[in-house]
Structures are given as structure tokens and as C-alpha cells.
Design a protein around this ligand. Sequence first.
Ligand SMILES: CC(C)(COP(=O)(O)OP(=O)(O)OC[C@H]1O[C@@H](n2cnc3c(N)ncnc32)[C@H](O)[C@@H]1OP(=O)(O)O)[C@@H](O)C(=O)NCCC(=O)NCCS
Length: 232
Amino acid sequence: MNVEIHIANSNFIGYAQEICDLIYESAQARGGTGIAKRSAEYVAEKIEAGKAVIALDGDKLVGFSYIETFSHKRFVANSGGLVVHPDYRNQGGLAKRIKRKIFDLSRRLYPNAKIFSITTGLAVMKMNTELGFKPVTFSELTDDEEFWKGCQGCRNYDILQRNNYKMCLCTGLLYDSKTQPAVQASPPFAKKVVKPVIKRRKANKMFKKNETKSSFSIQRRPGHVVLCTMAH
Ligand SMILES: CC(C)(COP(=O)(O)OP(=O)(O)OC[C@H]1O[C@@H](n2cnc3c(N)ncnc32)[C@H](O)[C@@H]1OP(=O)(O)O)[C@@H](O)C(=O)NCCC(=O)NCCS
């Protein structure tokens, strides 16, 4: 398996129908939640405009995601169409790589926009949290009707309507570049180097050396954390 993730351009238009089918089949398998239905024309437009990323193993389509803008480009969404081919799921991070690429692309194309998603899926919650998204109520998200129309195909749409588009079963997740620091990309599959944390406590002025009533003793373990224990 040698998967490459490309920023889409007109060379990839031929994949539009296959992408639609993959999105549709994945939505069906999820029981009709979380993925907005899109036409091949819509997907082709995103590819042509360079507002999508496409993962290929050789010539084989194995993943996709695209960018949508709402509220006059003040909000960007890109999780609704995040999809990985079933044979390539749970292989240690393909969706994560796609997500990172589409996130970086979104920030580059729309540096002042807030990036958001709504999801019931743990995978997207985990990936977005890692990128710096925070959970929010729907009041913090776009009020653009175009976005909420994407929920019409969801089997929970009646719940959203009943709650006047203010809450539903999805969790809202928001990345605001103005309040959140840029999250650095970590190289995929790189081993993390964890340095040992050695805490050294400064002398506590509250308990002087010769204080007779002190109920604490301080034990030092060479080069490691200081332990304080009660000594009654
Ligand atoms: C959701 C989906 C994109 C995940 O693809 P993937 O390549 O298997 O995901 P990754 O391997 O990159 O995993 C990313 C994280 O999500 C977790 N994860 C992946 N699939 C999961 C699942 N079904 N349930 C819970 N957690 C899951 C992984 O453990 C990983 O978490 P970690 O960082 O703590 O290890 C894929 O299953 C899919 O295409 N599903 C259908 C479409 C869909 O649901 N899209 C999301 C729309 S909201």
C-alpha cells in the first residue's frame, strides 16, 4: 500500500462519480447520518477549483475530502465529505492524513475563516480535537441555510427542525484561528520522542528548616519527582 494524498485539480475530474458512489455507500452504511449527499457535478466543481484532496493508491481512489464555505466565506467546513475506502480504514491513520491536508488547505485558502464540523462520529471528534477544534453549541456555527440543508438527508433531521436548528444529536466542533494557536503538523507515522519530565520543587518557605510543628517530611528520589508525605 502506497497512498499519496493530492490537492485536487482538473486532472482528477475523472474520479468524481466514483467519489460520489463512495460517499453514498459510506452514508448508507452509517445508517444515513453524518454525510451530506452530493452530486457528481458538485464534486467535480470542488475538484476543478482545487478545493478538495484526493487519496490514491496508484490509480485506485481510497479517500476524499472537500472544502465548503458558508456565511460569505466566514465559515469553512470539510468533514461532511471525509471518506476513506472501506479496505483502507483502520490502517493507522489515512483519514488523519487526509484531514490534516484539507485542514491546511482550508487555512491557506481562507486564513480568516472559522473551520467547523458537526458530527456524531468518534473518529472525526478525535481528529478534529487533535487539530485544535473545540466543542461548541450550534449557536457558534454558521447560520447559513445552505449548510443546514445538508442535514436534510440525515435520519435525525426532524430532531434538528424540532429544536429550531439550535441542537441535534451531532456535536459542533470549531477551530477559530484567532483564538487558537496554529497546530503544527506531525509527520505521519513518525515516532514521538518523549523526554522524561523531571520536576524539581523549590524549597517551600512555609515550612522552615527548624520548624518544630511541621507535619511534612520531604523525600528526594534521585533525579525524580519530589514526594511530600504526611508524617503524623
Ligand atoms: C471515519 C473514517 C473517515 C475513518 O477513517 P480511518 O482511516 O479508519 O481513520 P484513522 O485510521 O485515520 O483514525 C483516526 C482516529 O479515529 C479513530 N477511529 C477511526 N475509525 C473509528 C471508528 N469507527 N470508531 C471510533 N474511532 C475511530 C482512530 O482510532 C483514530 O483515533 P486515534 O488518533 O485516537 O488513534 C472512515 O471510517 C470512513 O470513511 N467512514 C465513513 C464515512 C464517515 O463516517 N465520514 C465521517 C463523516 S462525519
